[in-house]
Design a binder for this molecule. Structure first.
Ligand code: ADP
Length: 178
């Protein structure tokens, strides 16, 4: 007999990794709108937002980045049965931390690389943070400081190069993948 209560619905977690200003939030929001218009239940777990509201105690040290990534992966896991998609825009610069999130979430985890070069991110400088980091007003800035390199995904599930693609094209590529 099939035990129906065991057949819990499982959503997908799309983990948007990339440098600050690469386009993670922008693409996740556009994708969320598209999914909502198809009647899908979507939740955005925004790395920056959670850091500033819930994880204020965490710094940008290697250990704290790991902890922040881990806690957010756990949050996604808790919500996975309530939503069709959980979108997680989070820099998550270290391969080991992303692999740990994949291990935790299993086959529901989709790694999406928002591939925008450091040069382009510095040019965009949406939040003015690169200017500060380059002037050494911010320490440990990911991708700029030697202490926090960005380790690009070698084989992401989805790869978006935002320097060649519009936001709409990025959304279409994600939909095609799914
Ligand atoms: P992140 O969340 O990665 O820190 P944001 O989404 O906040 O980055 O900012 C990315 C910026 O890049 C936005 O101002 C966005 O309009 C711009 N941008 C330009 N082209 C693209 C593109 N193809 N995809 C995503 N963002 C783009």
């Amino acid at each position: 007999m099939v035990k129906r209560f065991l057949l819990k619905k499982m959503g997908k977690v799309i983990w948007f990794t990339g440098l600050s200003g690469s386009g993670k939030t922008t693409i996740a929001s556009a994708f969320c709108e598209r999914l909502n218009s198809c009647g899908k239940k979507v939740f955005i777990l925004d790395g920056d937002e959670i850091r500033s509201k819930l994880h204020k105690h965490l710094s940008f040290s290697r250990e704290d980045i790991k902890e922040n990534n881990h806690l957010i992966a756990m949050m996604a896991k808790e919500k996975i049965s309530e939503f069709d998609f959980i979108l997680v825009p989070i820099i998550s610069p270290y391969r080991d931390d992303r692999q740990a999130a994949r291990n935790l979430l299993g086959e529901n985890f989709i790694e999406l690389f928002v591939d925008t070069s450091l040069k382009e991110c510095i040019k965009r400088d949406v939040k003015g943070l690169y200017k500060k980091a380059l002037n050494k007003e911010i320490a440990n800035f990911i991708g700029v400081s030697d202490s926090n390199p960005y380790e690009f995904p070698r084989v992401p599930d989805i790869h978006l190069n935002t320097e060649n693609l519009s936001i709409d094209e990025c959304v279409s590529i994600i939909l095609e993948y799914l």
